[in-house]
Design a protein around this ligand. Structure first.
Ligand SMILES: *Cc1c(COP(=O)(O)O)cnc(C)c1O
Length: 363
């Protein structure tokens, strides 16, 4: 069975080097030396400042919202994402407000978002889906005009540069997921890049029960990254260039083999890719089901990532919307991970191309 993704495991010796340091220090958590070292090294690697490492990517979004004072009201967001983007809003008491996505990039469409603004809109939370940058200039202009914070869920955008600058530097805050299945991981983990260093310090207290010099000064939560997780991150970080190069080569190979045979999302020409995902667009839901079944029959896992469209569920918001539904019905993510071979990719492409697009059957 070829899985759709597989976490990168560093060589044991490399991980052990960091674990030995944990044992020597007797420090397991609470902003320990390895978390500090990983923070510094990631800031260097990514080209960012004001990075706070946290327990996971979902809490990263919640903390960004909380630190920016976003509570109650509604948050403009994309329906085409992992459920955590919406649930993070909901847990902060902010009701998601869905707008349509761009048919080429599959990112939240700034014009559609603009049309969806109401007097209750308190935040804009787009996602750089598959590591492909949103239209950051237009979201900045919209956020400035309606005077609300702009937070990017940049869970997929590790290492992506836009016009030579880290994509994470856009927005009042940008959040990362460092979950095992992501491009760069700490097993479980997340991060927030703040534009404003004061907010970083506030969030640092917030992830530690709201303590400041041992006394509670705000309502906090426990969202600290442990030393064990930082050890994994430091070991993975040593291989990150190799991992990204490998995944980009796989993604290139897929895109060459599939172009003209199945629709591919359009990646920004102004940004570096990171090879995090391999999305294709089937003709329709029936076509996707057939492709997925054919792959599975040949031992290959694929995932309808992101489906269903979050506004169609009546879960995060009472009103049901059709935003993003077409693409949620058509999307399919193919296997991509460190260690997948081009021979396997060729085989997967042959299987995908063997299933002709079908028209939806008449009801
Ligand atoms: C993975 C992911 C998250 C959640 O991150 P966790 O670290 O698993 O909590 C949020 N948003 C998007 C778009 C993701 O892909």
């Amino acid at each position: 069975m070829i899985p759709v993704t597989e976490p990168y495991l560093p060589p044991r010796g490399r991980l052990d080097y960091y674990l030995d340091r944990v044992y020597a220090s007797h420090r397991l958590t609470n902003d320990g030396p390895l978390v500090r070292e990983l923070t510094r090294r990631l800031e260097d690697y990514l080209g960012v400042t004001n990075l706070l490492l946290v327990a996971n990517g979902t809490l990263a979004i919640q903390l960004a919202l909380a630190t920016l004072g976003v509570k109650r009201g509604r948050g403009l967001t994309t329906p085409f994402t992992f459920p955590a983007t919406s649930s993070a809003l909901s847990w902060q008491g902010v009701e998601p407000q869905y707008a349509d996505i761009d048919p080429e990039t599959l990112n939240l469409d700034p014009l559609a978002a603009d049309h969806a603004v109401t007097a209750d809109t308190r935040v804009i939370l787009p996602v750089h889906t598959y590591g492909n940058p949103c239209d950051v200039e237009r979201f900045r202009a919209l956020a400035n005009r309606i005077r609300v914070p702009l937070v990017y869920d940049a869970s997929h955008a590790f290492g992506v540069q836009l016009n030579g600058q880290s994509l994470l530097n856009w927005g009042d805050a940008a959040t990362l997921s460092l979950h095992a299945t992501k491009l760069f991981h700490t097993a479980e983990g997340g991060g927030i890049v703040f534009r404003d260093s004061h907010l970083l310090e506030e969030a640092r207290s917030m992830i530690n029960f709201g303590l400041d010099n041992g006394s509670p000064v705000r309502i906090g939560i426990n969202a600290k990254m442990s030393e064990m997780h930082a050890a994994m991150g430091l070991a993975v970080l040593e291989a990150i260039d190799e991992i990204i190069d490998y995944r980009m080569a796989i993604q290139d190979h897929y895109r060459k083999r599939l172009s003209g045979r199945i629709e591919l999302p359009v990646f920004s020409a102004d940004a570096s890719a990171n090879g995090a995902y391999m999305p294709v667009l089937c003709r329709n839901a029936v076509h996707r089901k057939r492709v997925q079944r054919h792959l599975l029959a040949n031992g290959i896992e694929s995932r309808a990532y992101f489906s269903p469209a979050l506004g169609s569920l009546g879960l995060y918001t009472k009103e049901i919307t059709g935003a993003g539904v077409e693409f949620a019905d058509r999307i399919l993510c193919l296997p991509i991970f460190f260690g997948l071979s081009t021979i396997q990719v060729d085989h997967i492409c042959d299987l995908v191309c063997a299933i002709p697009p079908t028209q939806e059957p008449a009801l």
